[in-house]
Design a protein around this ligand. Structure first.
Ligand SMILES: [Zn+2]
Length: 305
């Protein structure tokens, strides 16, 4: 639980990009300790790399887009959520296109592939961002704050729609809980927005197969919702994916209200500039052997060995 992890073997898959509507092939390779999560635009000359780091975010209006070395990569958050949610610290992700495939709009296809492939520990302890005092960011009616404590994400959303209204969900950040409670929650959108996006050449790959779509009163997907509070669970999924961009697991109780990719990103920047509010915690050999009571619980406790 204290050791960095990567994939046991390479894996590959393909799917449709949400915005461009084109097929995209992806291959994920194991990486050494301290390499972090890195993307490769394998379709471009020179195969430029893009680090999964919040300093590399170039756009976060609808999805999270990263950019580095003269190229960009969109919709990285659901795959990052699956990797981070299962405790994968290091991997090289080769993508044959400008955006990640949307799959079914959730992270479940990714977690399934990762579980089938298996993970392995690396001989290097994991570094964490350990929160020492509360930090808060407010933007209009949105808020995000973190308190010292065991890793947990509590999320509240509020939409003027009869099937959503006010929803709250809270999850202890552990791989088993992420896989069962959060990964299957799909992205959602409103029919009016979808029509507008398509008219403007966006969301060309979007369909009822890869998003929950709501009209004024109902869910249009024939199978309905996967969870009564699927929307807020998906917001936690997005938050886990965006938090992967810190590069180290966050040890603290996180609370988000009416969040968005933009708010998640602003909060990470805000938190990291207040360097008296956190410290880097690398479990010592003694802490790894017999975790004393005062030591914080490790973030990914419960990951299958
Ligand atoms: Zn999402």
């Amino acid at each position: 639980m204290f050791w960095q992890k990567t994939l046991a073997h390479p894996l590959s898959f393909s799917g449709i990009g949400l915005h461009g509507g084109q097929a995209v092939a992806v291959a994920i390779y194991p990486a050494q300790a301290n390499q972090g999560l890195r993307f490769v635009r394998a379709d471009l000359p020179g195969r430029p790399q893009i680090r999964a780091h919040y300093s590399r975010v170039t756009d976060c209006t609808r999805a999270t887009t990263l950019g580095e070395n003269g190229c960009t990569l969109s919709t990285v958050e659901h795959l990052l959520a699956a990797l981070w949610g299962l405790g994968v610290d290091n991997a090289l992700i080769q993508v044959q296109g400008p955006e990640l495939p949307i799959m079914d709009g959730s992270a479940a296809p990714f977690t399934r592939l990762l579980m089938e492939t298996g993970l392995r520990s690396l001989p290097w302890p994991r570094a964490h961002v350990l929160v020492k005092r509360p930090v808060e960011l407010r933007e209009g009616d949105q808020w995000m704050r973190v308190f010292p404590g065991d890793p947990r994400i509590s999320y509240t959303i509020d939409f003027p729609h009869p099937l959503i209204r006010r929803q709250r969900y809270s999850m202890a950040v552990k791989p088993g809980g992420f896989r069962r409670e959060i990964a299957p929650a799909r992205t959602f959108g409103f029919l009016k927005e979808v029509e507008y996006l398509k008219a403007n050449g966006l969301a060309l790959g979007g369909s009822l197969d890869n998003a929950v779509v709501l009209d004024d009163t109902d869910v249009l997907n024939p199978g309905g919702l996967r969870f009564p509070e699927e929307c807020v669970r998906h917001k936690i999924l997005d938050a886990v994916g965006d938090l992967a961009l810190l590069g180290m697991p966050l040890v603290g109780r996180l609370e988000v209200g009416r969040g968005s990719h933009a708010l998640h990103l602003k909060f990470m920047e805000h938190l990291m500039t207040q360097d008296d509010a956190w410290r880097i915690w690398i479990p010592s050999a003694r802490e790894r052997r017999n975790r004393p009571r005062w030591a914080p619980a490790p973030l990914w406790e419960g990951l299958p060995a």
